[in-house]
Design a protein around this ligand. Sequence first.
Ligand code: SF4
Length: 352
Amino acid sequence: MGTTFDQLADAVLAGTPATADDALAVLRADDADLMSVVAAAGRLRRAHFGNTVKVNYLVNLKSGLCPENCNYCSQALGSNAPILKYSWLSKDEALRQAGAGLQGGASRVCMVASGRGPSNRDIDKVTEMVGALKSEHPDVEVCACLGLLSDGQAERLRDAGVDAYNHNINTAESHHDTIVQTHTYADRVATVAKAKAAGLSPCSGLIAGLGETDEQLVEALFALKALESDSIPVNFLMPFDGTPFENTWELSPTRCVKILAMARFVCPDREVRIAGGREMHLRSAQPLALHVANSIFLGDYLTSEGQEADADIAMIRDNGFVVLGSDEEIAQRPVDPAIRRRGAGTDVLPNA
Ligand code: SF4
């Protein structure tokens, strides 16, 4: 690469977008240059998100029993992974689970259900849950993740108070049909577009480690940029036994950090979330990755357990970051000057 990673960060900060070649250079950086990559990507992270980490909490409303065949998914048709399988949680149970995440420090709750897409009755269930959650916790941000949307469903979710909709493109268009055959890449993109058109904040990301090439990882990231995804969950494949990807181990901790750094260079002002596979693949490099990414899931994932939620929060604090929305973070926000409305020129007692 002709320019250094620091020079690339300078250019991106000055408004020149990173190119596909720049992204590839980040992804293929020598491990000896890892700290240069992190320092440069970290400047972009700090410019847009300071020292905050957004904490998200997953509630799996309906687990397993999915008719789709996404090869990477433990909930898919044909998966023999011994995961929990259940149909819809009751509203009260969903609220209880979401409340635990909020209590633990999350500011966004991601309400997820397995399946190709929701029926209108499923949308009724979710809108009822979201209404109840928002009346108990007015400040919570809610993201729904219910699969492929039919016309009108995104608008109903928005009207019920849903803030964001997650639907990952998962991989490059050129690789998509090798990882799932029951729906198309175009189906996925159409759902992200429907959510965005309805005014929901689009959340769409990818899974690394699915046999894609470096160029396909770059292709996927530029597709997410073009889709204007506000948040980009970066998952690292968890190769569940009983799925077609069992025993597929393509990732190392340093590669995962470089993938996150690449996402930061390509989409500098977007929420880059370290998602599934964080503990399994980043391992002791998790704190390093926080200098590049600005968002994580707290605690457990949909069908697998994460590290203890307390350890997630301690990792954030120990490394000099603050949880977005926490008292600590609110206290460090700049305070606008308070316009004087008392004393001279008013009928109100002076501050004396
Ligand atoms: S990713 Fe979603 S649609 Fe695909 S198999 Fe898993 S639950 Fe079903």
